[in-house]
Design a protein around this ligand. Structure first.
Ligand SMILES: *Cc1c(COP(=O)(O)O)cnc(C)c1O
Length: 392
């Protein structure tokens, strides 16, 4: 216990200790924090679907009809009609033979990689991939070659170097939209490499699903290579507004996961209400309303980033609703975040190990439901606060 307290003290001393913030009331473009309304600029509820009446209605109705919980894991007695219907819908959405639900994206990535890859296999992983992919790679016991962020030429060189000693399966795994940088993976180029070297391609589209592509099918649709992806992983808790995750893939892969994937097998399945709400979310995403929400989100993002870029802020290569504003050191970052909160803007500061040393940032995320004026005022506040780092 004393050792653990010392570890916490060390985190405090170096400005690296993290604390939970409690939201009162509902999730929306503004939330109540410590008794004050603040503009929410750090939610993944990009399309505002978490509070959408159609999702709430679907969740309430399914809960009334089928119960609050599923009562068991999927292979025992916890596979309910709502799960199967959602899986069929997700497979159709991604254009694959089948799909499988998971309780979270974290469980999905760790479970999928562990179940499908082993010691003879080789996984090529982008250096900025999500923590759950990194842990999945470790659990798989496959050999892992981490390639520089989105660097297709470097990856090609590594693959060429590995080719002569190849034994098992090869996988390229990448975030679709990178969660801390807001840029897109070069999926078309990765797909070309996968074909050339006879590898598989897995995309984690936690932040692209619902948001990118003409019909919201995600990063691969946006980049015109939906058919090239072998393993489409995505989440239901971000733009889709609920919770849980999925893999859309071939029937063989899905059937194998049903037999081998530990987080799928040994975990109580999602509540039927969550599955029903996620179906309602997909119906919105694929329809006219989804198109309108995506357009709104793009417009808010453009308003926001134009002001920051004009003021000379470093936004890395962000091209999505995830907008990093580089602040470099942890102290300055957390000070900026505190000052913004005092002004009524809730923006999280992000520090190592979530991002590399020296690349601390304010990470702002836009929502379709933000008001234009709020977005512009927030951008101006960030420019002010980041601009005078010394005081406060
Ligand atoms: C959020 C996220 C996950 C985890 O999904 P959860 O459903 O929140 O557990 C996985 N991958 C990426 C890229 C994410 O951003």
């Amino acid at each position: 216990m004393e050792d653990w307290q010392k570890e916490l003290d060390r985190l405090s001393e170096t400005g690296m200790r993290r604390f939970l913030r409690v939201i009162d009331g509902a999730q929306g473009p503004q939330v109540e924090l410590d008794g004050r309304r603040v503009l929410l600029l750090c939610s993944n509820n990009y399309l505002g679907l978490a509070g959408h009446p159609a999702l709430i209605e679907a969740m309430v109705r399914a809960t009334r009809d089928f119960g609050a919980g599923s009562g068991a894991s999927r292979l025992v007695s916890g596979t309910m009609r709502a799960h199967v219907e959602l899986e069929e819908r997700l497979a159709a959405f991604k254009g694959t033979e089948a799909a499988l639900l998971f309780n979270s994206g974290f469980a999905a990535n760790t479970g999928i990689l562990q179940a499908l890859f082993g010691p003879d296999d080789l996984i090529f992983s982008d250096e900025l991939n999500h923590a759950s992919i990194i842990d999945g790679c470790r659990l798989s016991t496959a050999r892992v070659r981490v390639y520089p962020h989105a660097d297709v030429q470097a990856l090609e060189a590594i693959m060429r170097q590995e080719a002569p000693k190849r034994r098992g399966r090869w996988l390229i795994v990448t975030d679709g939209v990178f969660s801390m940088d807001g840029d897109l993976a070069p999926l078309r180029e990765l797909a070309a490499l996968k074909r050339r070297f006879d590898a598989l391609l897995m995309v984690d589209d936690a932040h692209g699903t619902g948001v990118l592509g003409a019909t919201g099918r995600g990063t691969a649709e946006e980049l015109g290579c939906l058919q090239e992806v072998d393993l489409h992983m995505g989440t239901l808790g971000k733009a889709l507004g609920v919770c849980g995750a999925y893999l859309a893939a071939s029937r063989t892969v899905i059937d194998l996961l049903v037999n081998r994937c530990r987080p799928f097998i040994y975990s109580t399945s999602l509540p039927p209400g969550a599955a029903a709400a996620a179906q309602a979310a997909l119906a919105i995403v694929e329809g006219d309303e989804g198109r309108r929400l995506r357009r709104d989100l793009q417009r808010k993002t453009a308003l926001f980033t134009a002001i920051l870029r004009a003021a000379g802020c470093d936004l890395l290569a962000s091209s999505t609703q995830i907008v990093p504003v580089i602040t470099r050191q942890p102290d300055a970052t957390m000070r900026a975040s505190r000052r913004l909160l005092e002004e009524g803007y809730f923006v999280q500061g992000i520090r190592p190990p979530t991002v590399p040393e020296g690349l601390c940032r304010l990470r702002a995320t836009l929502m379709a439901s933000h008001a234009d004026a709020d977005v512009e005022n927030a951008a101006r506040a960030i420019v002010r606060v980041v601009g005078d780092g010394d005081d406060g």
